[in-house]
Each structure stands twice: as C-alpha cells, then as structure tokens.
Design a protein around this ligand. Structure first.
Ligand SMILES: *Cc1c(COP(=O)(O)O)cnc(C)c1O
Length: 400
C-alpha cells in the first residue's frame, strides 16, 4: 500500500470524523488528472464538487495567483484595493447584473442573499418586521451554517444542531403548484438550486424554473438562484437558469469562481436589491481581497474564453448517451445536464459506494452522493478521448 496507509492513519488520528472520503491520498494535480502519494494516476471525475471546472493548476489562474501574491494579498474592506473593482466589473458583465457582493465560501454567499432579500422585504416590499418568509425546496443543499442546515430536509444535516433560524418554508422540488400555494404576503424570496447537486443530481421538470420565476415576479418575491455548483459552465450553459432563459433576482456563485485555487463567492443582484446594504450591515474580512479577486477574475476569464459551457454541453450529452447505452442490471437512471451527471444505482444492487471504490481501483475518482447516486462531474476542460477511455472502465464497473 506504500505511503497511503500512513496518511490515512494520521488523518484518522487527528481529523474530526465529519467526512468519509475514498481511501486515496492525493499530492499532485494537473488538468483533469491527479496523482496519489504512491504515484498512481487518476481521472478526477468530481472536480472538487465543481470547484475545479477549469482543471487543476490552470496555467492562467496559477499565473494570476502568483503575480498577485508578489504584490498584495489582503487589505480587508477597511481600505480599497486595485483588484476588487475590476473583478466585480467582470463578474457583473459576465452575469448581466448591476452589483456583486464578494464573499469567500458558498455558504457565506447564501447567507448574504438571505440577508439581502429579508432586508429588501422589510424596506421595499413592506413586510412587517420579523415576519419575512423564504421558501426553500425539499432535498436542498445550500451549505452548512446553522441557519442553512435549519431549513434542510435532510435529518442528518440538522440533528443535534438546533435551535434553528425561523422564517423558512419547505416545498417539494419541481412542484410549481406547491410553490404558488406556499407564497404568502410575507414571502420575500424563493431560494432554489436550478438543478439539485448534493441532493443526488436531480433535474426539475422542464419549464419549472421559468414558471417559478414567473410566479415569483407576479407575487413580488425575489427569485434566488443558488448556482454555486451549477454555475460557470457546469451544466452546459454559463448558468443553469440560462436553459430556461430565466434571469434570477439574486444569483449566488462560488466554487469554480475560485478556479480551484482559493475560496471566492459572491451574491449578485441589481441595485434594487443590493442597495439595501449600507456600511456596517454586512461584511467579511477576506471577502473581496486582492488575491481572491485576481484569482476570481482569471477563473472567470478561463470559463468564458475557453468556452467551457459549450464544451460541457457537447461532451455532457454525448457522455450521458454513452452511459445510458451501457447494459447494466444495476443502473436505475442516468440523468443530468452538461457535465453534471448522476448515475442512480438500484436499491437492490446496494449503495453507490462500492461502485466508486471499484472505479478508484481503475483510476477514476467519482464520489457517491445521497447513497444511490454516482456523480460524474470532471473538469470541463476534459477531452472526449479521455472520457471515451474512462467509459470502458465505467461500463465494466456498472455491469458488475
Ligand atoms: C457547495 C454548495 C454550497 C456551499 O458552498 P461552500 O463553499 O461549501 O460553503 C451551497 N450551495 C450549493 C448548491 C452547493 O453545491
């Protein structure tokens, strides 16, 4: 087993037991490939939950990070820096919004959106103080803060962590009537993943996003799209909402915005929402820092200039067709959009975990999500030929 076991032992000895990783210890990455401490090479089919859409160590992103590291890395927002403005301008231009509020992790950007629409609800919509409601979907994943897990429908995310923040109402995902009926005069926002990632790669019925955005517009409710995982090319469009020509009121991005290098996230909106924030209302020591801004700007440029959305679209539909063509007694369904693909394993065939372990043996790193689903979400820079040779192994593992 070489050096791997000693690292596994050390992690087991000193790390909190809050994850169950595959037993692989990585030390190097380049593009779609990663290598473990014993020199074995793997295809990365998780891409850090889509935080590495641009591939590991993308030369442009690394160059931007290195250059900025030699100049200035952190100022706090007590002072201006020369990187944040250009970054936010590029981000607003790429998304078509007026303003962006930079944070670090996805969960912080979700919290930012929650605070924004609540304050908008009180100050602009006229909801009575303390009564704002936000509608969220069953099976959601928006992060791990106490407020966010408080509106999860997953027992394990919540158990032992209460009491929770009130003001959130759950509706079934993909059910437009349930959404319409849940809206009250005090509803300020509808927070939704345009395609549920952690929930098991769940694609809502066609037309759902458009109908939901329409219902929100009619009722004066902010449509908040959490595109932390689905955004920046992952689903074959720049944003998953683009599939239905939906422009959210608040757009949340993270993960790949940091190009796999640095945590960079943002809540993005027009002035009508963003202008509820005034100095002292909200902030983050690291949010908008010059290193993160330089990295974020390069990460965004790579997505746009290498046209990674189109690549994801083309390779994703082809790969999904190939996966569906595999004759396996164990596969219940193959679903997804672009290179965000889930293969659901039948309950009677066990969980997805042993399939992921078998893939690891063959040099393919994929991770199970929600027990039954194997997720395939490689960096969007992947070549068709690489996917093609991976398919041979995937087919053998799925046929079991
Ligand atoms: C990963 C994720 C988050 C949380 O992002 P962190 O950076 O882990 O805080 C929120 N929403 C969605 C849809 C995600 O996939």
């Amino acid at each position: 087993m070489g050096r791997t076991q000693q690292y596994l032992d050390e992690a087991a000895r000193y790390s909190a037991d809050n994850y169950k990783p595959l037993p692989v210890v990585l030390e190097r990455g380049e593009g779609v490939w990663v290598w473990d401490v014993d020199g074995k090479k793997y295809l990365d089919c998780l891409a850090a939950y889509s935080a590495v859409n641009q591939g590991h160590l993308h030369p442009r992103i690394i160059a931007a990070a290195k250059a900025q590291m030699k100049k200035l890395t952190l100022t706090s927002r007590a002072f201006h820096n020369d990187q944040m403005g250009p970054f936010l301008r590029d981000l607003c231009e790429a998304t078509g919004f007026e303003r962006a509020l930079p944070m670090n992790t996805g969960a912080e950007a979700v919290e930012t959106a929650i605070k924004m629409v609540r304050k908008w609800g009180y100050q602009v919509k006229g909801v009575p103080e303390g009564r704002a409601e936000i509608i969220v979907c069953e099976n959601n994943f928006h992060g791990r803060t106490t407020t966010i897990v408080g509106f999860s429908s997953e027992d394990q995310y919540k158990e032992g962590f209460g009491p929770f923040t009130p003001g959130f109402n759950l509706v079934p995902y993909g059910d437009i009537e349930a959404l319409r009926q849940a809206i009250t005069p005090n509803t300020v926002g509808f927070l939704v993943e345009p395609l549920q990632g952690e929930g098991g790669v769940i694609v809502p019925p066609e037309g759902y996003l458009r109908a939901a955005a329409e219902a929100c517009r009619e009722a004066g409710v902010a449509f908040i799209a959490d595109e932390i995982q689905t955004g920046l090319g992952r689903t074959g469009r720049m944003f998953c909402c683009d599939w239905e020509d939906v422009r959210p009121d608040v757009l949340i991005v993270g993960k790949a915005l940091g190009g796999g290098v640095y945590p960079v996230s943002a809540a993005i909106a027009d002035r009508s929402f963003m202008d509820v924030f005034h100095p002292g209302d909200h902030g983050s020591t690291f949010g908008g820092n010059p290193l993160g801004a330089a990295v974020g700007r390069a990460a965004l440029q790579v997505i746009v200039e290498e046209d990674l959305s189109a690549r994801s679209d083309e390779l994703g539909s082809w790969f999904m067709d190939e996966l569906r063509a595999i004759e396996s007694p164990h596969v219940l369904e193959v679903r997804g959009k672009g290179l965000m693909i889930g293969v659901e394993i039948k309950k009677e065939s066990g969980t997805a975990r042993p399939y992921c372990e078998a893939l690891q043996e063959r040099g393919i790193l994929a991770k199970e999500t929600h027990h039954q689903v194997i997720r395939f979400a490689p960096p969007l820079t992947i070549d068709r030929s690489v996917l093609k040779s991976a398919l041979v192994d995937v087919a053998e593992v799925l046929r079991g």
